[in-house]
Design a protein around this ligand. Structure first.
Ligand code: ADQ
Length: 761
C-alpha cells in the first residue's frame, strides 16, 4: 500500500473508532430512553385501571353482597371493554372467576395464577401478561366488606400491544439518528485527522527524505500538529546540516596544509575538547540575524559588528545555540513561543534563541552598557555616566540572559561562550547554579589601565561577575596585564602571574590573549572571478568611480572609529598633494549604529556635514573626493569594495581588534592593496606590514595616504603577501580552536574524556 493510502486508512481507522464509540454510547442512551417511556405508558394504563376500579367499585361491592352466581348477571355489560380496555372480571374470595367480559374469558387461567400471587395483606397487584394473542396489562384490586373481610377481587385488563409497538418505533428512530450521527462523525474525524495530522506529517516525512537524499535546503513544513515539532525539526535540520557539512569538509581538508584552520578542522578539534554530550552555547547582546519588515514581509539581515562576524561561522561549523537580545521589528513573529528559530535562514545550522526586553529595560540596560562601561573601557574621550537605575537593569538583564542559558542547557553538559561587556555578570550567575559547566567570557573591547576602571562605582561586582568564568579572553596581552592589575588592586584575589590566573574564593580563572579574526571570504557566499569583476564594474558605474583609485573605509558609525580624523586627513592629503586630486576617492561605507542615542545621531550628522564640506571644497566635474554611503551593506557589497580598493583606511582611536583590517587583507587576492592602520587598533599588533599611523596626527596620516597611493607595486605585493599569510594562519577558526583549547587545558577543568562525532550537533 502506498503512503497516501496508508494515511487515508489511518485517518479512516481513527474516524471509525470514534464513530463506533459514539454508536455504542448512543444506542445505550436510546435504549434507556425507550424503556423510560415504556414505563410511563404502563403507568398511564395502571392509572386508567385504577380510575375504572374506583368508578365501578360500588357496583361490584353491591353485586358481591348477593349470591355469587348472580354476580355476572348483575354486572352485565359493565364488564365489557372498548378500545384498549379489553374488559373487567370479578373473582370470588376463593379465587374463582365469577364474571368476566367476553374478551377476557380466554384469560381465566393466567388471571387465576396471577391472583394467587396476591398475598393476604395486599390490596392490589399489577402485572403484564403475555399469551399467544397479545400482551395485556392487568390490575387486580381486592374488594373488602365493611367488617374487613375479602368479598372478592375486581380485575381490569388493558390491551398492551400499543406499548410494545410504540417502544419499538421509538427505538428504531433513535437508532437511526445515532447511526447517521456516527457516520457524519466518522467522515468528519477522518477528514480532520487527515488534514491536521496525516497530511502535515507526510509533508514532514517528505521533507526529511529530501534533506537526507538530495541535500535540500528547503525549510521544514510550517504547518505541523505542534509548534514544538516545528521548532525541533528546524533545530534538527540545522544540526544535521552542520554535521554533514563538517564531515564533508573534514575529508576535503584533510589533504590540505595543516597550518590553515578550516571549519571542518575546528569541528574535529571542538569534539576533542568538549567531548560527548556537550553543546556549545553562545550568549551575546547582539543577535546574528534579525528580522526587519520589508514590503510587509519579515526579512532577515545580519547586523554589522565584530562579535557576529566572528562567532556566526563557528556556530555554523559546530552547531549549538546562540542566545541574544531580539531587537528586529519582525523578530517576534519569526521566532516560536520560546523565542527560538534556526539560522542562517537560508540554510539553518544552529538555533538562535531570542531574549526580549521592554522599552524601559532596553533603554536602561543599554544606558549602562553604552554610557558607562563602553566609554570607561574605550579611551575615546567620552565621559562615562554611571546611573544607578541603569545598573539595576543591567543586573536584571544579565540575570535574564543567565536564566536563558540555564534553560537551554537543562540538565545537560555545555560549554558556554559569553560575549563582551554587555554580559559581564552572566558567568558568575550561571556558575552559581551550575558550577560544573565550563564558561568562557570573551571581552571584545580593550581593558584599560586600573586607573580608568577605578572610577566605576560597580567595579567590584563587574570583576566578580567576570571571574565566574573559567577563562577570560582579551585580544591583546596588554589587556590581560591590565585586567590582572585591576583584580589585584580591587579584589581579595590570589594571582598567579606565571600562569596568568586569578583565584577568588577557590575558583581559578585563566586570563588569555586570544586575538580574534575573520572568516575567509569564499565561505561567505560572495562573488568571485568574472562575477566579482562584473560587480566591480557595476559599483564603479553606479557611484561615478570609473578610472579613479579607491581608498575604502568600512565602519559602524561610532566615536571610537575615528571617522572625522579620517576625513580630516584625507582632506589634508588633497590639500597638501594636489597632484592626486581627481585621481583618488575615499569610499566610506558607514553603518548607522546605536541610533537610539542622541550622541550617535549627532556624530552621524557631523560626519555627513564634514564630508559635504570637503566635497564642496575639492570636487570637480566628474570627480567627487568622498563617497559617504551611509547604510548597512550586504557582505557581497562590502567584499566588492574591499577587493577593488587599492587602499583601506582603519583609523580607530581605540579598538579592541578591528576586523575590517583583516577582512581587507583577505579580500586582496591580487596583492595590489595597501592597508593604513591605526596604532590604537588591536590589529596593529599583528599586522605589522600595514602602514601604521596615529590618527590624531593629521600630517603623518595624510603622508601615509600619499605613500600608499604612490607605493610601488612590488612593495605592495610583498607587504600584502606577508599580511595575508598572517591572517590566513590566524583566521576565525584558529581563534575558536584556541578558545576551546584554553578551556580544555584548565587545571581545575571538569574535562570529559574526548570522544567521537555527534556531541556538538
Ligand atoms: P566592532 O567595533 O563592531 O566590534 P569591527 O571589528 O569594527 O567591530 O567589525 C565590524 C564588522 O561589521 C566587520 O565585519 C565589518 O565588515 C562590518 N561592517 C562595518 N560597517 C559595515 C557596513 N557599513 N555595512 C556592512 N557591514 C559593516 C567589537 C570591537 C572590535 C573587535 C570586534 C570583534 O569593538 O574591536 O574587533 O568586536 O571582537
Amino acid at each position: 500500500m502506498d503512503a497516501p493510502l496508508l494515511q487515508a486508512s489511518r485517518s479512516l481507522r481513527a474516524g471509525l473508532l470514534i464513530a463506533g464509540i459514539v454508536a455504542i454510547l448512543g444506542s445505550v442512551i436510546v435504549w434507556r430512553q425507550t424503556e423510560r417511556e415504556r414505563a410511563i405508558d404502563v403507568e398511564d394504563i395502571d392509572r386508567r385501571a385504577r380510575a375504572i376500579t374506583h368508578v365501578l367499585s360500588y357496583t361490584v361491592h353491591d353485586a358481591l353482597r348477593g349470591p355469587l352466581e348472580n354476580v355476572a348477571s348483575r354486572l352485565g355489560k359493565r364488564l365489557e371493554g372498548q378500545n384498549r380496555l379489553l374488559g373487567c372480571a370479578v373473582f370470588g374470595p376463593d379465587g374463582r372467576m365469577l364474571a368476566a367480559g367476553k374478551n377476557i374469558e380466554r384469560l381465566e387461567t393466567p388471571l387465576v395464577e396471577m391472583l394467587q400471587r396476591l398475598l393476604p395483606g395486599d390490596s392490589d397487584l399489577s402485572s403484564t401478561l403475555r399469551d399467544a394473542h397479545q400482551p395485556v396489562r392487568v390490575r387486580a384490586e381486592r374488594m373488602l366488606r365493611d367488617d374487613g373481610e375479602v368479598s372478592g377481587t375486581f380485575v381490569v385488563v388493558h390491551d398492551a400491544t400499543f406499548i410494545d409497538e410504540r417502544a419499538a418505533a421509538r427505538f428504531t428512530q433513535g437508532l437511526c439518528v445515532v447511526l447517521v450521527t456516527a457516520i457524519v462523525l466518522a467522515t468528519l474525524v477522518s477528514g480532520v485527522t487527515w488534514f491536521v495530522y496525516d497530511r502535515p506529517l507526510q509533508h514532514l516525512a517528505d521533507w526529511m527524505q529530501r534533506l537526507r537524499v538530495q541535500d535540500s535546503s528547503d525549510s521544514p513544513p510550517v504547518w505541523l500538529p505542534s509548534r514544538q515539532l516545528v521548532s525541533e525539526s528546524h533545530r534538527l535540520a540545522a544540526s544535521y546540516r552542520a554535521a554533514r557539512t563538517a564531515t564533508f569538509e573534514e575529508a576535503h581538508h584533510a589533504a590540505r596544509s595543516d597550518r590553515v584552520w578550516t571549519s571542518g578542522r575546528l569541528r574535529v578539534h571542538a569534539l576533542d575538547c568538549l567531548g560527548i554530550g556537550n553543546q556549545l552555547v553562545v550568549v551575546s547582546s547582539r543577535e546574528p540575524y534579525l528580522h526587519v519588515r520589508r514590503a510587509g514581509q519579515p526579512h532577515p539581515i545580519v547586523p554589522p559588528g565584530g562579535v557576529v562576524t566572528a562567532l556566526d561561522p563557528i556556530l555554523q561549523a559546530c552547531g549549538g545555540v546562540w542566545i541574544a537580545h531580539g531587537t528586529g521589528e519582525a523578530d517576534r513573529e519569526t521566532a516560536d513561543a520560546t523565542g527560538r528559530l534556526t539560522v542562517p535562514p537560508a540554510d539553518p545550522r544552529y538555533t538562535l534563541r531570542r531574549v526580549w526586553m521592554t522599552p524601559d529595560e532596553h533603554d536602561a540596560y543599554y544606558g549602562c552598557c553604552n554610557d558607562a562601561i563602553w566609554p570607561m573601557c574605550l579611551l575615546a574621550h567620552e565621559r562615562p555616566i554611571f546611573r544607578t537605575s541603569d545598573w539595576m537593569h543591567y543586573v536584571a538583564m544579565n540575570r535574564r540572559f543567565a536564566d536563558a542559558v540555564l534553560s537551554e542547557v537543562g540538565d545537560g553538559d555545555a560549554v558556554v561562550l559569553v560575549q563582551d561587556y554587555q554580559m559581564a555578570l552572566v558567568p558568575r550567575m550561571v556558575r552559581e547554579i551550575r558550577p560544573d559547566l565550563r564558561i568562557c567570557l570573551f571581552w571584545h573591547i580593550p581593558w584599560p589601565s586600573v586607573d580608568a576602571i577605578r572610577i566605576c562605582p560597580w567595579r567590584e561586582e563587574i570583576l566578580r561577575g567576570m571571574l565566574g568564568a573559567d577563562l577570560i579572553g582579551f585580544h591583546l596581552q596588554q589587556y590581560c596585564n591590565n585586567f590582572l592589575d585591576t583584580v589585584d588592586r580591587m579584589l581579595e584575589a590570589k594571582l598567579d602571574r606565571d600562569h596568568f590566573t586569578a583565584e577568588v574564593r577557590g575558583h581559578a580563572t585563566r586570563v588569555r590573549a586570544l586575538p580574534i579574526s575573520v572568516q575567509p571570504w569564499n565561505e561567505r557566499g560572495v562573488a568571485a572571478g568574472p562575477g566579482l569583476d562584473r560587480r566591480h564594474a557595476e559599483l564603479r558605474q553606479a557611484h561615478g568611480l570609473e578610472g579613479v583609485e579607491i581608498a575604502v573605509g568600512v565602519d559602524r558609525v561610532d566615536h571610537t572609529k575615528g571617522l572625522p580624523e579620517r576625513l580630516r586627513a584625507f582632506a589634508h592629503f588633497l590639500q597638501k598633494y594636489p597632484q592626486h586630486r581627481g585621481r583618488v576617492s575615499l569610499v566610506q561605507l558607514a553603518a548607522p549604529s546605536r541610533l537610539h542615542l542622541k550622541r550617535y545621531r549627532d556624530h552621524l550628522d557631523e560626519i555627513v556635514h564634514f564630508a559635504e564640506e570637503i566635497n564642496g571644497q575639492f570636487a570637480t566635474d566628474g570627480w567627487k573626493p568622498i563617497h559617504l554611503l551611509v547604510e548597512q551593506h550586504d557582505a557581497g557589497t562590502v567584499h566588492a569594495f574591499l577587493s577593488m580598493a587599492t587602499i583601506a583606511i582603519v583609523s580607530s582611536l581605540h579598538d579592541g581588534m578591528n576586523l575590517v583590517a583583516k577582512e581587507y587583507v583577505l579580500a586582496q587576492d591580487g596583492l595590489a592593496g595597501c592597508l593604513i592602520l591605526s596604532e590604537f587598533a588591536g590589529a596593529a599588533q599583528q599586522l605589522a606590514d600595514a602602514l601604521v599611523i596615529n590618527p590624531y596626527d593629521t600630517e603623518q596620516f595624510a603622508d601615509a595616504i600619499r605613500y600608499a597611493v604612490e607605493m610601488p607595486a612590488d612593495e605592495r605585493a610583498d607587504r600584502m603577501r606577508r599580511l595575508r599569510r598572517q591572517v590566513d594562519e590566524h583566521n576565525i577558526y584558529r581563534w575558536a580552536a584556541d578558545v576551546l583549547s584554553g578551556m580544555h587545558a584548565l587545571p581545575s577543568a571538569k574535562v570529559r574524556p574526548s570522544a567521537g562525532a555527534g556531541a556538538l550537533v
